[in-house]
Design a protein around this ligand. Structure first.
Ligand SMILES: C[S@@+](CC[C@H](N)C(=O)[O-])C[C@H]1O[C@@H](n2cnc3c(N)ncnc32)[C@H](O)[C@@H]1O
Length: 204
């Protein structure tokens, strides 16, 4: 079986096990994954962390871009996906854990700050206090020049949870840039690139 089909099988297995933690019908396609990976500095020795990497569609794009001296970690909640990522991406430091404990998980590995955070988390399925808790952790670990990116499906942008999450991003970061629509993704999606966490009371 080819890697993309194997990834899809593993992904659909995770959807069956925990639909509320996955929140997608398919892994992100290469166009969206490539767009998300552009927050990874392509020079120097950056530290990059993925949240909710799933079967690793963004992981592949990050590994193509990250310089040889960089460090690439991924925090995934689902144990089966953790095993899949470990066997597929031997250079990836896969952390079996919850993104809401990001600061501690990184500190346990001697990492205090990161240059980029790439999220595949299903934000629209999370209660607001969990969204806030995770964004607060992201803001606390980003370097001053660091960037956080995530994506949202276009068909769901009008939904209350998606609008609430967008408003929370605006309160949590000084800058939120919305990308063009990636029509080549299933379903079509946009990305948000966020910089300079405000760490204000509104962010949690
Ligand atoms: C939509 S999938 C993302 C898949 C992948 N990033 C992609 O774009 O194809 C969401 C992933 O987030 C993981 N997840 C959900 N809640 C999480 C949490 N609190 N901490 C870490 N991972 C989580 C799920 O297990 C799942 O693998």
């Amino acid at each position: 079986m080819t890697q993309p089909f194997h990834d899809l099988r593993v992904f659909l297995g995770a959807v069956r096990r925990q639909p509320a933690a996955v929140g997608a019908i398919a892994p992100s396609g290469p166009a969206l994954a490539g767009l998300l990976a552009t927050v990874v500095p392509s020079t120097g020795a950056p530290t990059v962390v993925e949240l909710g990497p799933g079967t690793g569609s963004a992981t592949k794009a990050v590994q193509r871009r990250i310089p040889a001296g960089g460090r690439h970690l991924a925090v995934e909640l689902d144990g089966t996906l953790v095993e899949h990522l470990r066997s597929t991406y031997p250079r990836l430091d896969v952390v079996h854990g919850d993104a809401s404990e990001l600061g501690k998980l990184l500190a346990d590995r001697g990492v205090e700050q990161v240059d980029a955070v790439i999220s595949g988390l299903p934000w629209a399925l999370f209660p607001e206090d969990l969204q806030r808790a995770i964004l607060r952790q992201v803001g606390a670990v980003l370097t001053p020049a660091g960037a956080f990116t995530t994506f949202a499906y276009v068909h769901a942008l009008g939904m209350k949870q998606a609008r609430r999450f967008r408003a929370l991003l605006d309160r949590s970061f000084d800058e939120v840039i919305v990308s063009r629509v990636v029509w080549a993704n299933v379903p079509p999606a946009i990305s948000y690139v966020c910089r300079r966490p405000t760490m204000g009371d509104d962010a949690g």
